[in-house]
Design a binder for this molecule. Sequence first.
Ligand code: AKB
Length: 317
Amino acid sequence: MKNVLVVGSTGQIGSELTMALRERYGNAHIIAGYIPGCEPKGELADSGPAAIVDVTDGTTIAETVSRYHIDTIYNLAALLSVVAEAKPRMAWRVGIDGLWNILEVAHEQGCAVFTPSSIGSFGIETPHDHTPQDTIQRPRTIYGVSKVTTELLSEWFHHKYGVDTRSVRFPGIISYVTPPGGGTTDYAVDIFYSAVRGEKFICPIKAGTRMDMMYMPDALRAAIELMEAAPERLKHHNGFNVAAMSFDPETIYNEIRKHIPEFEMTYDVDPLKESIAESWPDLMDDTCAREEWGWRHEYDLPRMTADMLEKLKARMA
Ligand code: AKB
């Protein structure tokens, strides 16, 4: 039986991943790690145990791992790309010093560790179309620099100490549950909220700028399935490309208009977000994930849009 610690359990991915893991392995086996001020609420709080785990304080990680006999850590503590540019020192402290603390505890107490990387680990020199698994990674954002470091540091702990570290490069994640905070791909979530509220959407990304995106249920499955994959099948361990769909603002706008024909969108391009978006892949090649651990996405743009609109309308009613 697995005992899992989710670090950053109240964030965009963490809140849904904690619930998905509880459904799979049993509520009592999944510990929701949180920092003071970001306490779990509602179903997340009521359905299972929680503990204060601050990645910048290794003792809180070590104590929780030991107390709950944790064998797997999902480390979701990170600042997203736009916020990280405004708070680079903090982004490094949480993303990299925090990761070091987690990996050290994992080494000492024998845990496997999942720490997501991102399309943000690529840069302008990376081939943008069908971005290969192993290619140039020269990002110019602190977020990207920390994600490349995340991949390399996780690999180093794996080769040096045998820690079972694994990760995927997540695209922009779209969900109707917890809103994202401070990412470049957030527009692809915000557009749904405007559409459902009957408001005009002002898009911060230029028409024609494509990015990889993924619906949350696929993202959760990717994280869980990679951690469950038989180790002997894995040639890579960290930084698996995982893809599901790729679109620009016009494409998602037109898809939403199939359901809400009166929906309107205009542009007010944010130079920082646009420059980050242009440096990221248009579409990643995820052949290695498909071959090494059987990754398959289930949601394409039409299926995700229909589901998002239905679920968001129900939540906002
Ligand atoms: C962001 O936009 O910062 C994130 C990401 C793609 O890693 N959603």
